[in-house]
Design a protein around this ligand. Structure first.
Ligand SMILES: Cc1cc2nc3c(=O)[nH]c(=O)nc-3n(C[C@H](O)[C@H](O)[C@H](O)COP(=O)(O)OP(=O)(O)OC[C@H]3O[C@@H](n4cnc5c(N)ncnc54)[C@H](O)[C@@H]3O)c2cc1C
Ligand SMILES: C[S@@+](CC[C@H](N)C(=O)[O-])C[C@H]1O[C@@H](n2cnc3c(N)ncnc32)[C@H](O)[C@@H]1O
Length: 659
């Protein structure tokens, strides 16, 4: 049984326009969808003039209920292109319970030739759109689309954003009443920025009254086409007698935006550092990327192939939500790289190699939709993999392998990013409003903002020494492709993983060693990897002619993963640990207290680390999360997930649990 996330079920009329079978309603006006969108949403929110008035690094955030075919989004983007100054950005957040399938989206958008330039970009990136927050970066970062896939009343309460203009575009209130409730309008009010505007195609009296009651001052205004009247309004603040939402807990509140020059030092050029640099550069920051080696991706991020492996939970944990959002984000980023050498979407098969794993997989197959994962029995799995397998398993059709250095290189090569090689930062000092990076007595660089992205090495800095990061050594084995091993058609994982060959070599990974500090590859660990390969497929072992090679001649590389105790990455602003413990000592006596004391941030100091064994999935989106913290933008993840990744979580737990 598949309970989850059906795509929108559509019928198409004689003129090729979509209609929802479930709601028995049209996605846009029968007469002219374009004119109606422009009049109802763009004009009533005065977007042309507001776009034109944006400062150089300004941005406008639009929120929408009901993404549908994306017509409103594309029209807003087109108008933004026509009016906004260079350097300004558009952020569009939209919630959608029934996303269109890619094929339906393409068919619907083909109706609007004048939007083709924008529609083609959206369609190119409309992949791996699954439940939860899905961030899509368009026009090299000038336009950001954050889709919240799920019910509006489940998703919007998790959104952390300030919306400048709201588009209310559910189906007609009579047909889709859950998109027009007091509860939902209270969420729109909570998210409204000062001076936020709002408009909708309906003039239904009870909708107007509920919006007024939520604090929006709504006015009827002449309609368009067969709509006699529509509604527009603005947010005036919380009405008398309605309690405003409580402020964020100070330890998870947003630090004040850093003033002055938009220049950041990012220390460490692996997946986390390169992603942070790229996300900041996309927002017009100048980034100095400091790396102790002579190139990017020389440590954990330097393997020839890494797997887009989704270790999900059927229970919707923070980690599982992060993985679904991160996977989608990375997968869309890869669309801009070279298939075959930089990455491949050959799919990933996770074998049900023992009873416990089979049980876990059965739960996952019931909890997630088939476009994300599918249960394959043994004959199906074997046919998919192209080599003999002893088990069935879960197949992730959109997964695959990535050459991590290619992703790092692409991100570090963006405009505004300068890679400073052979820069080993030993110490950080704050002088006035600048952080200074030193190598002994030598000043390497300085800027108002620093991002610590050096994996477990960030513990060397006094400011981040207390973060509970651990190194775990891992080794991969490189195996030459043979005529017979070419049959391997997908990544296959059990306790280890093996990928179809890249440039004539398969990567087999990876060992775990919690004790060793030595990065010289060992034969013992190659043999351990081969034992994992045997568990994956003895047929593949035979196809690789491994019996003919002495084990001592096996090639590979070793590096350290960097993990946190809860296996979530550590991403966000950093506070002064000692001052934090003093400021919130009261929590040790009563964990429910929220002292009205601002968090003692290290102003301008941020972390992106702790990506464990799944950096390909978590590090790129963490770059976006970090940039959103820094630039006071909509977060790309549910608030609860962002808090679960927050650097302050450890100090907080320590206070509360007294350990
Ligand atoms: C054997 C192995 C197999 C793996 N397989 C997979 C996989 O299949 N899929 C997956 O998603 N993930 C996998 N991972 C995990 C993934 O590689 C990591 O999560 C990811 O690379 C972490 O990126 P990072 O940027 O945080 O760290 P790193 O790549 O280690 O980068 C940190 C960088 O910071 C630099 N640095 C540190 N301190 C300083 C300083 N003070 N000054 C200057 N530079 C500094 C370092 O030189 C380094 O370049 C694997 C890891 C290993 C070790
Ligand atoms: C009129 S259509 C939106 C049209 C869209 N703005 C466009 O530009 O094409 C309404 C959308 O609301 C979505 N929707 C309906 N109920 C929802 C709910 N409870 N939560 C989130 N989305 C919902 C529908 O699936 C549909 O896509």
């Amino acid at each position: 049984m598949k309970p989850v996330l059906p795509h929108a079920q559509l019928d198409w009329d004689d003129l090729g326009r979509p209609r929802s079978r479930v709601f028995d309603d049209v996605y846009f006006s029968d007469q002219s969808g374009l004119d109606e969108t422009r009049y109802v949403f763009l004009e009533q929110n005065r977007l042309a003039e507001r776009f034109a008035a944006l400062p150089a690094h300004g941005r406008l955030v639009i929120g929408e209920t009901g993404f549908g075919t994306g017509l409103n989004f594309l029209c807003a983007w087109q108008l933004f292109e026509q009016h906004a100054p260079a350097g300004a950005r558009l952020h569009f957040v939209s919630v959608e319970k029934y996303p269109l399938s890619p094929a339906d989206l393409q068919r619907a958008l083909a109706l609007w030739p004048s939007l083709k330039a924008q529609a083609d970009q959206l369609l190119k990136h409309y992949v791996a759109i699954h439940q939860g927050f899905q961030r899509i970066v368009l026009d090299h970062g000038r336009v950001t689309l954050t889709l919240l896939i799920g019910d509006a009343l489940e998703q919007l309460p998790q959104l952390d954003a300030q919306i400048d203009a709201w588009f209310l575009d559910g189906f007609a209130p009579a047909k889709n009443p859950e998109m027009w409730t007091a509860e939902l309008f209270a969420e729109l009010a909570r998210l409204a920025a000062p001076g936020s505007t709002i408009s909708t195609f309906t003039s239904t009296g009870w909708v107007r009254r509920l919006l007024n009651a939520a604090g929006f001052k709504m006015k009827r205004t002449p309609g368009i086409g067969h709509k006699w009247e529509i509604l527009r309004g603005e947010f005036l603040g919380w009405p008398e007698g309605v309690a405003p939402p409580p402020p964020d807990k100070p330890w998870f509140a947003r630090p004040a935006p850093v003033s002055g020059e938009r220049h950041a030092l990012v220390i460490g050029a692996g997946l986390a550092g390169c992603a942070s640099a790229a996300s900041l550069a996309a927002r017009g920051w100048r980034v100095s990327l400091l790396e102790r080696h002579d190139a990017v991706a020389q440590e954990a991020s330097g393997n020839p192939q890494g797997v887009l492996y989704l270790k999900l939970s059927a229970h919707g944990t923070a980690l599982s939500q992060l993985i679904v959002s991160g996977f989608g984000y990375t997968r869309r980023l890869l669309e801009t790289l070279q298939r075959g050498t930089d990455w491949d979407d050959c799919g990933v098969l996770q074998l049900a190699f023992n009873h416990k794993e089979a049980e876990r997989q059965a739960q996952l197959a019931a909890a997630f939709p088939e476009d994300l994962l599918q249960w394959l029995d043994q004959p199906q799995a074997q046919a998919r993999a192209g080599v003999g397998l002893a088990h069935g398993g879960l197949f992730y059709p959109e997964g695959g392998w990535v050459h991590p250095p290619a992703l790092c290189q692409a991100q570090a090569s963006r405009d505004h990013v300068q890679l400073l090689k052979h820069h080993d930062v030993l110490q950080l000092r704050k002088v006035d409003d600048h952080w200074q990076a030193f190598d002994g007595d030598r000043l390497l660089a300085s800027a108002p903002v620093v991002v610590l992205a050096g994996a477990a090495e960030i513990k060397r800095f006094a400011q981040s020494a207390e973060l509970p990061l651990k190194r775990i050594r891992g080794q991969i084995t490189r195996l030459a492709q043979t005529a017979q091993s070419q049959a391997l058609a997908t990544v296959v994982c059990a306790e280890g993983y093996v990928a179809p060959a890249r440039l004539g070599e398969h990567t087999l990974g990876a060992s775990f060693d919690f004790n060793s500090d030595d990065l010289t590859p060992t034969t013992a660990e190659h043999l351990g990897n081969l034992a994992m390969l045997e568990e994956i497929s003895s047929d593949l072992v035979a196809r690789l002619n491994l019996g003919e090679q002495p084990a001592e001649q096996l090639q590979g590389r070793a590096a350290f993963r960097c993990t946190s105790p809860d296996y979530l990455p550590i991403v966000g602003p950093l506070a002064d640990r000692e001052a934090f413990t003093q400021a919130y000592a009261a929590l040790g006596r009563d964990a429910r207290q929220v002292p009205d004391i601002p968090c003692p941030w290290f102003e301008g100091l941020y972390v992106n680390s702790g990506h464990g064994s799944r950096g390909l999935i978590t590090a790129p989106l963490s770059g976006e999360l970090l940039a959103a913290w820094l630039d006071n933008e909509p977060l790309p993840l549910p608030r609860s997930v962002a808090e679960a990744c927050h650097p302050n979580r450890f100090a907080l737990r320590r206070l509360i649990r007294g350990k």
